[in-house]
Design a protein around this ligand. Structure first.
Ligand code: IMP
Ligand code: MG
Length: 172
């Protein structure tokens, strides 16, 4: 049986999301902010975050896949859903669930830059350091971890456990 070791409780996630939303709201006064969530994992975080942001936002998603059913990245990233709205000249904030090697984010940043946004920043729920391979800058981070494979609050293992309200280390 897999073991679930608690990392963040529902209440702790809520406080963390509130704090991140407050910083974003302060930084994007009088801007046309577009939130772009990376599917699938970021949709839970994005839906909570956007409702705590006090400036107007538009929302879109791009899809990226790299893991399959493993707990490590295949490092071959492919786009599973294209951008739909026009971000040329707009302030864009990419919303990611967890940054591990950073290769997914680097790929998505390159893709989004090709549309000519005015600004492009990144907000990640979890910044996981151990396997970083790309030197991307994370502008807003909810929580930092050194290592481990997490599930819950949008994060999955082979498609499971996204609906857990808290975040757990999964021990297989
Ligand atoms: P990266 O390209 O190695 O940074 O991986 C990023 C993507 O892999 C994230 O968007 C997640 O979907 C997934 N991922 C990385 N670490 C974990 C984890 O601990 N649990 C669940 N998914 C993860
Ligand atoms: Mg993801």
């Amino acid at each position: 049986m897999p073991e679930f070791i608690p990392v963040l409780k529902k209440e702790e996630i809520d406080q963390m999301v509130t704090a991140v939303a407050k910083r974003i709201s302060a930084d994007y006064q009088a801007c046309e902010l577009i939130l772009i969530g990376i599917l699938k994992g970021a949709f839970v975080f994005l839906s909570d975050l956007m409702r705590k942001i006090s400036v107007p936002v538009k929302v879109d998603f791009v899809g990226a896949s790299s893991y399959g059913s493993n707990t490590f990245s295949s490092e071959k990233i492919h786009l599973t859903k294209k951008l739909e709205i026009d971000i040329k000249g707009k302030d864009v904030l990419v919303i990611e669930d967890i940054v591990d090697t950073g290769l997914t984010l680097a790929y998505i940043i390159d893709y989004l830059k090709s549309f000519g946004p005015k600004s492009l920043r990144v907000c990640a729920l979890i910044d996981k350091h151990e396997r970083r391979k790309s030197s991307i800058k994370l502008d807003y981070v909810g929580h930092t971890l050194q290592e481990g494979f997490c599930v819950g609050y949008g994060l999955d293992y082979g498609g499971d456990y996204r609906n857990l309200p808290g975040i757990y280390h999964l021990k297989l």
